[in-house]
Design a protein. Sequence first.
Length: 184
Amino acid sequence: METSGSIQASLSGRYAVALFDLARDASALDAVAGSLAALKAAIAQSADFKGLIHSPVLSREAAGKAIAAVAACMGLDPLTTKFLGVLAANRRLSQLPAVIRAYETLLSNHKGETLAEVTSAYPLTPAQVDALGKALKTRVGRDVAVEAKVDPAILGGLVVKIGSQMIDSSIRTRLNSLATAMKG
């Protein structure tokens, strides 16, 4: 498995590579990906969980017990649960969001896909996500895994990030460009 230097260069990237290698060896890539997706959603939705992973006052032992309880409650796979325990023991729970992003990138590369982060003002339907994935495939030349996000601040349109490329067709950007042109 070839990994990009930028992933391995970061602390979270090294943890993600280690988790990916363990998951690949255990034939649990998709199970770990599912658990990480659930954790990503929990971080986005729960201020208490976000506070837990970013708390500098919790001892290693307390953080380990708390994260083990959360993992059991969420029904996470055993490998991810053990991995969270390692992060807690090393006081690296704050790295979890970056580890999840790096793991997603590694998994996409392993599957021969390119990861595209798509931000829209409103939730996209599965049919829209599928159509967008097909359109991006023709542009990129390989399969595209679409990660959809919602940000009402863009007002409408889409913002698509594929690697270092960004396609911004949001109404907010168009209005800002128009305002700049009118000042000119």
